[in-house]
Ligand binder design. Structure first.
Ligand SMILES: Nc1nc2c(c(=O)[nH]1)N[C@@H](CN(C=O)c1ccc(C(=O)N[C@@H](CCC(=O)O)C(=O)O)cc1)CN2
Length: 282
């Protein structure tokens, strides 16, 4: 009999009996629980859960079994096919390190995404896209062209059935409307250990401040620049002997690792939003 793997995520106001109700519905749908994680946010009184199940039943049986539980507990419920790659559009500008890390990990099977198209406001990274065999779309952004460029981007998102947009050192600020259209499905890599050094030149800010630690932050994109819910961060030690340019070089390794981990966790449905923060079942 064919075995299906599904990932179930849920969040709801916390109260007794949630796990009992969910596991009962999963058993009723003929599911075996392979992995289960849960967390209660005392700040927001919200309960979060992620369960991986194996079952011979089709998706519809699982949906039907969980629907009354979701209604009874007021759940935000997600059911995803385990192992299906997330259709991802990558945006970039001139710095190709994080783009290369994403495409390399996708190609080597360590990142569960598929990349039908790459979009950039410059043409510098077109050769890298060609090397990986991914179509490249150049959308130059100026004050005059920004609205048309963003409309074209949303056309590409619809045309390619994109589930996730990744800003891999994309150096233009997305409009409020575009951020709303991509809410919860756009991840940016900021090249600093937020909340320090927001903006376009964080390594130069860090160098000027004389910090001994630099880092990178992967976060969901919101209209408030560099303020989105944080998914992952990493830091490294530096010292007085490093120039700003050397910090830029050292930071690229950290940016690549941090963004790839955040994209992997999002693509495996391990990241749930808890207000302005995230719960990450890594
Ligand atoms: N709405 C949002 N858009 C973007 C975000 C975000 O958090 N919300 N993150 C940025 C990436 N980024 C930092 O991580 C960043 C990029 C660009 C700038 C900036 O000031 N850009 C200048 C132009 C710079 C240039 O052309 O090289 C500008 O837009 O005037 C700040 C931060 C991606 N978009």
């Amino acid at each position: 009999m064919e075995s299906n793997t599904f990932i179930v995520t849920l969040s709801c106001p916390d109260r007794p009996g949630i796990v009992h109700a969910v596991s009962g519905a999963l058993l009723e749908a003929g599911c075996n629980i392979a992995e289960s994680r849960q967390y209660e946010s005392h700040d927001t009184g919200t309960f979060f859960m992620r369960v991986t199940v194996e079952t011979g039943s089709p998706r519809g049986v699982l949906e039907a079994s969980l629907a009354p539980v979701a209604d009874a507990f007021g759940m935000k419920l997600g059911i995803y096919d385990g192992g299906s790659p997330v259709r991802t559009l990558i945006m970039c500008s001139k710095d190709g390190r994080t783009l290369n890390d994403l495409l390399f990990q996708q190609r080597t099977g360590t990142l569960p995404i598929e990349v039908p198209v790459i979009v950039s406001n410059h043409t510098d990274l077109a050769p890298m896209a060609e090397f990986y065999g991914v179509p490249f779309v150049h959308l130059p952004v100026t004050a005059a062209t920004k609205a048309d460029a963003e409309a074209r981007l949303l056309d590409l998102v619809a045309e390619h059935e994109i589930e996730l947009v990744v800003l891999a050192r994309y150096m233009q600020i997305l409009s409020d409307d575009l951020c709303r259209a991509l809410e919860g499905r756009a991840i940016n890599i900021h090249h600093s250990f937020l909340p320090s050094f927001k903006g376009a030149r964080p390594y130069h800010q860090a160098h000027a401040r004389g910090v001994k630690i630099i880092g990178a932050t992967a976060h969901y994109v919101t209209a408030d620049l560099d303020e989105g819910p944080i998914i992952e961060q990493e830091v490294i030690r530096v010292d007085h002997s490093k120039t700003a340019e050397q910090l830029v070089q050292m930071g690229r390794d950290v940016e690549g690792r941090t963004l790839c981990r955040a994209v992997q966790w999002h693509a495996e449905h391990r990241v749930l939003l808890d207000g302005h923060r995230t719960v990450v079942f890594a």
